[in-house]
Design a protein around this ligand. Sequence first.
Ligand code: TLP
Length: 339
Amino acid sequence: MIDLRSDTVTKPTRAMREAAFEAEVGDDVYEEDPTVKKLENRAAEITGKEAALFVTSGTQGNQISVLTHCNPGDEVLMEASAHLFLYEGASMSALAGVQPRTLQGIRGAMNPQEVKAAIRPDDIHFPETGLICLENSHNKAGGAILPLENMQEIYQTAQASGIPVHLDGARIFNASVASGITIKEYAEQTTTIQFCLSKGLGAPVGSMIAGSEDFIRKARKWRKRLGGGLRQVGMIAAPGLVALNDMVERLAEDHEHARQLAEGLGNIKGLEIENHVDTNIVLVNVEGRGKTSHEFLEELKHEGVLAVPFGPYTVRFVTHYDVSRENIGHVIERVNQCL
Ligand code: TLP
């Protein structure tokens, strides 16, 4: 099987497994795990924020951020196809008691003027705008990179109204490697950032939240409330350090493979590439072959290739380090066969 369902399917490397084995550990609820501390310090350094917190997943990182920034009854602004809105089980409503409000973006980017207009004025009838969320790279928009200027404009608008900005940077390293803009430069345009260690970077588990010391202190308490206060967690933090040290630069290879895949599939009659491939995601529309995404994927599975449906006729392919150049060639061949 060639598994292109997501970059979440990557297995930990040998170096990660060895690092887990060797990890120095302590009780992290007492903040005594040296490996976790090392990882959190490294994440703070990379993002240029005062502090960082190791959390179990991207979803937990985003939701702890919403819980820490907002009060029940607040409204949270985000792009209409944000992961926070589409794929997190409405947890911001279920857990934080906030109301999401979405704005349709272009390639995942909201119009700063529309964001400005959507900020609630002080009125007894209205919720308060408690948070603005951005996503970079943008998953549903096919791994699209948010332009730094777009983030800057939104952050300036937010600051003028005293509203925090949270970045879902699950794949911010993909955006950074592809654009040449550092994580720090992106993070400067946000109040807090969440990024994943367990996607393209290949760690088995974990995400980081970074922000001010005060924010991270409060977020640590929310993590504990959610049952995320773990004990000898250096065992899983150690592969995260390997991910940050060894796995970032090589993301460029995944991007190259995604471009090759898009080129190959785009040449097949009846298939249409829906996105400009900025990073490691390719969205393919299969409607021209008279098939739904589910029907197409069922056939493709028989050919030994896995991907996921991303709409009635859209199929998402994600490249990652377990997928070689030869694999890409095979995928193109097999898609050809199943049509
Ligand atoms: N996304 C997963 C699925 O949930 C769709 C994937 O395979 O891409 N933010 C973004 C932008 C994400 O893409 C994801 C995972 C998350 C947050 C959540 O991360 P996890 O899976 O660690 O909770």
